[in-house]
Design a protein around this ligand. Structure first.
Ligand SMILES: Cc1cc2nc3c(=O)[nH]c(=O)nc-3n(C[C@H](O)[C@H](O)[C@H](O)COP(=O)(O)OP(=O)(O)OC[C@H]3O[C@@H](n4cnc5c(N)ncnc54)[C@H](O)[C@@H]3O)c2cc1C
Length: 466
């Protein structure tokens, strides 16, 4: 497909910065779960902020809409174009500066999260954001979705880890908010507007991120518990400055991983209803044992913990972590899955499960809730697998047809508990209508005013969020 705007992009950008080759574009048009499929007239792959600015200015002049894309691991469809120009940041991967004294790292938007973690480690610092998708997701993506992950209870979400951003605005101007200043009270914090904006206000091209001290050692323990109520009670017993991760998995999801992935073994001899994976950041292994063993003894004596495994080697540490990492992939073995990323106040997690489990059973009898995730910050990935059957494939579509009615019923519960319909994945196109329907009207009006002020022609990711 061609048009004056597309021709202008091809003429202005270096040859390597664009393609219309269908084979090269194809992987960018389908996302991880194969839920959203896209189309685009052209894939742009600029390698510099100046080239991004040139591309956006041409799009603005010709009324072409743009969808920015990072690692394409987003789970709400925001990175999948439906006829818009697709702008991938995948060639902008430079680490511009690591500054251990200022505790800051400046990186381009296309660098993967793993690259940032590795660069921080090489400087004996830590960048604490940790997601299962970290080998693929990018700085631009995690900032734009305000990603959460496993360490939020100690370090906060992505928003808490950013000093400032560089971004190309909807008219092609470059906003330079890069700074390592720990204090800077000079008006609205404009960089923060781009955090969680899902590409609707501009394109993040680089960011300065916060670094932290490397812990001397991480003590990892997996514990078996009887119920969600016990998992939450355990959280309150374990919580303290050292607790960096508290992840919970139900038996059905745990078994889907350990039964199907050859490398993942159930570390327990008995079957348990729920599993907790916790990390403690400490000075050394001895300090970790001194902290964790008395906590475990107390929890086991009171019956809160039924069994526990303390990682004794790097291999065991990784093996326990892999089970949690594979929770999403493992659910593919359970057939069709209706997925929710919600959050409720931590003291209401058990209440949520009681109500949600009963509700989904009423809608699809026999369906199998697989609620897992970051209970340490109240975030539940409340997925529902289709009922067990000899022929999952045959019944898959009929089950997935309940996506909307199940989602609405769950959101009603979430709203009544003071929770949020999106904990960490964002709104995208998946929850755009739900947000408009359920959000406070004053909030919705403000979101729309900000969007109109920063992108008056509505060219930046126009189908997403607002
Ligand atoms: C296996 C798996 C596990 C996951 N675990 C977690 C988890 O624990 N916590 C969590 O929060 N998320 C998780 N996710 C979701 C996903 O990894 C995050 O949303 C991630 O932040 C997306 O980054 P990305 O680079 O892939 O962005 P993309 O998917 O490419 O894009 C996501 C959104 O950001 C926009 N965007 C991308 N780059 C830019 C940019 N430079 N400027 C402006 N807008 C941009 C896109 O337009 C889109 O709206 C997981 C996903 C998978 C597949």
């Amino acid at each position: 497909m061609t048009s004056p705007g597309i021709n202008a992009l091809k003429a202005a950008l270096p040859a390597k910065a664009w393609t219309q080759d269908a084979d090269m574009i194809a992987p960018h048009l389908v996302e991880w779960r194969e839920k959203y499929f896209g189309t685009t007239p052209i894939l742009l792959m600029p390698s510099s902020t100046a080239d991004v600015a040139t591309a956006v200015k041409i799009c603005a002049d010709h009324g072409l809409s743009i969808v920015p894309q990072g690692g394409n691991t987003g789970l709400v469809g925001g990175q999948t174009p439906q006829g818009e120009v697709l702008l991938s940041l995948k060639r902008m991967t430079k680490i511009r500066e690591v500054n251990p004294v200022a505790d800051a790292i400046t990186v381009e938007a296309g660098a993967t999260l793993q690259t940032v973690q590795d660069a921080a480690t090489a400087a004996n610092r830590k960048f604490p954001l940790t997601l299962s998708s970290e080998g693929s997701c990018t700085v631009g993506g995690v900032l734009s979705t305000n990603a959460g992950g496993n360490h939020v209870l100690k370090y906060g979400t992505t928003k808490d880890l950013v000093f400032g951003v560089e971004a190309v605005l909807a008219d092609g101007q470059i906003f330079n908010g890069l700074t390592s200043l720990h204090k800077n009270n000079t008006g609205y914090d404009l960089s923060r507007l781009f955090l969680g904006a899902e590409g609707t206000l501009g394109i993040i091209t680089a960011a300065t991120l916060k670094l932290f001290a490397q812990p001397g050692h991480v003590t990892r323990v997996m514990m078996a518990v009887a119920s969600v109520t016990d998992a939450v009670a355990l959280l309150t017993q374990l919580r303290g400055p050292a607790l960096a991760m508290f992840e919970v998995m139900p038996r059905i999801g745990f078994a889907a991983v350990t039964d199907n992935f050859e490398t993942d073994r159930d570390p327990f001899t008995a079957v348990h209803p729920w599993y907790v994976l916790a990390d403690f950041e400490v000075d050394n292994a001895e300090a970790g044992e001194a902290l964790v063993m008395p906590l475990l003894e107390k929890a086991m004596a009171s019956g809160l913990v039924r069994d526990a495994v303390l990682a004794q080697s790097d291999t065991q540490f990784r093996a326990l972590g892999a089970i949690r990492e594979h929770m999403s992939a493992g659910q593919k073995f359970l057939g069709g899955s209706i997925k929710q990323d919600i959050t409720v106040p931590i003291d209401r997690i058990a209440d949520f499960f009681t109500r949600a489990n009963a509700t989904v059973q009423r809608i699809v009898p026999g369906c199998r809730p697989v609620g897992f995730g970051h209970f340490g910050d109240g975030n539940i990935h409340y997925n529902i697998a289709q009922p067990a059957s000899a022929n999952l494939a045959a019944n898959r579509d009929a089950f997935l047809a309940h996506w909307d009615d199940i989602s609405e019923a769950i959101f009603d519960i979430v709203d009544s508990l003071g929770g949020s319909i999106s904990a960490e994945h964002g709104i995208g196109i998946m929850k755009r209508e739900t947000l408009a329907k359920r959000a406070d009207p004053v909030k919705m009006a403000l979101l729309r005013r900000v969007k109109a002020a920063m992108d008056p022609d509505g060219i930046m990711n126009p189908r997403v969020m607002v």
